[in-house]
Design a protein around this ligand. Structure first.
Ligand SMILES: Nc1ncnc2c1ncn2[C@@H]1O[C@H](COP(=O)(O)OP(=O)(O)OP(=O)(O)O)[C@@H](O)[C@H]1O
Ligand SMILES: [Mg+2]
Length: 287
C-alpha cells in the first residue's frame, strides 16, 4: 500500500535521510523506531509533503506522491497525526472533528461522528469542551480521531504516546489496535515507546542518523530486545556517555535492581539506543 524506496530527505543543505526504504501493507501495523533526531518525523513529513525536500520514490496504492500536496495525499486516504497534535484550541471537540469531516466532504467516504465516538467514547463526553481545555491525552485522542474523518486506509502517527500517562497509553493502544484489526486501517507508527509499538505492529524498521539499521518482524525484534535485557552489555556496546544514575522518581523496585545496563531494561528510547549499539550499526547500515 505504502512503499518508500531510496528516500533521501533534506532540510536546506542538511541531509537527513539516507536511502531509506520501508513499506506498509494493507491493514498492516508497522513501527518506525529510532532515538531522538533519528529522522522519524522527517520520514512522515516527507511522505505527507510537509517540509523536507526529498529524492527517491514514495508511492501509495501504486501512485507516486512525488508532486502531490499534503491535502491531495490526505484525499488519497492517508491520515496524519503530527507530533504536536495541532488541534484548534478555540474550537470545541465537536467542531474540531467537524473541521476534519468538512475537508473530505464529497471527496472521500467519511466516518460519522458516531463511529468516531465509538472508538473514542471519552470524546463524546467532552464534546463541548474547548480544544485548549483538554489534557494531553485527550488532545492526542482528538487528534487521532480527527485523522479518521476521511476514513483513511493508512494512518501515520508521530509518537502518539509522548508525555502520556500509562493508563492513557493503554486506552490509545486499544483504540488504535481496534482500528487496525476491525476497520483494516494500516498504520505507520513513529515511536520511542517499544512496548506500545510492539503491541500494535507486526513489522519493525529501526533508523538511526537517517539510515535504516534494522528491518524485521516483531518476533525477531522482540527476541533481540530480550537478548539485550538478558545479557550484560559488553563494554564496547555501551560506548557513549556513562549512564546517569536512575532517577529518584523511579519506583523503588527499579532502582533497587539498578545495574549499569538498566537502560536496556526500559521500554523507551534508551532501550532503542542499546539495541542500535548492539545490533544495528555494524550489521545493516549501508555505505
Ligand atoms: N525543520 C527543520 N530544519 C532543519 N533541520 C531539521 C528540521 N526538522 C528536523 N531537523 C533535523 O533533522 C534531524 C531528524 O529530525 P526528526 O525530527 O526527523 O527526528 P525524530 O526521529 O522525529 O526525533 P524525535 O524523536 O526527537 O521526534 C534532526 O537532526 C533535526 O535536528
Ligand atoms: Mg519526531
Amino acid at each position: 500500500m505504502l512503499e518508500v524506496h531510496g528516500l533521501d530527505a533534506y532540510y536546506g543543505t542538511s541531509h537527513i535521510l539516507h536511502g531509506l526504504r520501508l513499506a506498509v501493507g494493507k491493514g498492516q501495523g508497522v513501527a518506525l523506531l529510532g532515538r531522538n533526531g533519528a529522522g522519524k518525523s522527517t520520514t512522515l513529513k516527507a511522505i505527507m509533503a510537509l517540509g523536507p525536500r526529498w529524492d527517491g520514490a514514495i508511492t501509495f496504492q501504486g501512485r507516486s506522491l512525488r508532486s502531490l500536496r499534503a491535502y491531495q495525499i490526505a484525499r488519497l486516504g492517508v491520515g496524519y497525526v503530527p507530533e504536536d497534535r495541532r488541534i484548534y484550541p478555540d474550537l470545541s471537540v465537536d467542531d474540531n472533528l467537524k473541521v476534519g469531516l468538512v475537508a473530505f466532504r464529497r471527496r472521500r467516504p467519511t466516518m460519522s461522528l458516531d463511529e468516531i465516538w465509538s472508538w473514542f467514547p471519552l470524546l463524546k463526553d467532552l464534546r463541548h469542551r474547548l480544544g485548549r481545555e483538554l489534557s494531553g491525552g485527550e488532545q492526542q485522542m482528538l487528534s487521532i480521531a480527527r485523522s479518521l474523518a476521511g476514513r483513511p486506509d493508512l494512518m501515520l502517527l508521530d509518537e502518539p504516546t509522548e508525555g502520556l500517562a500509562p493508563l492513557v497509553v493503554q486506552s490509545l493502544s486499544e483504540a488504535i489496535g481496534g482500528l487496525i484489526t476491525e476497520v483494516g486501517v494500516g498504520l505507520l507508527l513513529a515511536e520511542q515507546n517499544l512496548r506500545f509499538a510492539l503491541r500494535l505492529t507486526e513489522h519493525v524498521f529501526v533508523i538511526d542518523g537517517g539510515h535504516l539499521v534494522f528491518e524485521g518482524g516483531r518476533e525477531e525484534f522482540s527476541r533481540r530486545v530480550d537478548e539485550i535485557e538478558r545479557t550484560p552489555l559488553a563494554p564496547a556496546a555501551r560506548a557513549g556517555p556513562a549512564l546517569p544514575p536512575p532517577p529518584a522518581s523511579w519506583p523503588e523496585r527499579f532502582r533497587a535492581r539498578h545495574r549499569p545496563q538498566y537502560a536496556a531494561k526500559l521500554p523507551n528510547a534508551l532501550a532503542i539506543g542499546a539495541f542500535i549499539r548492539q545490533f544495528g550499526s555494524a550489521e545493516q547500515r549501508g555505505p
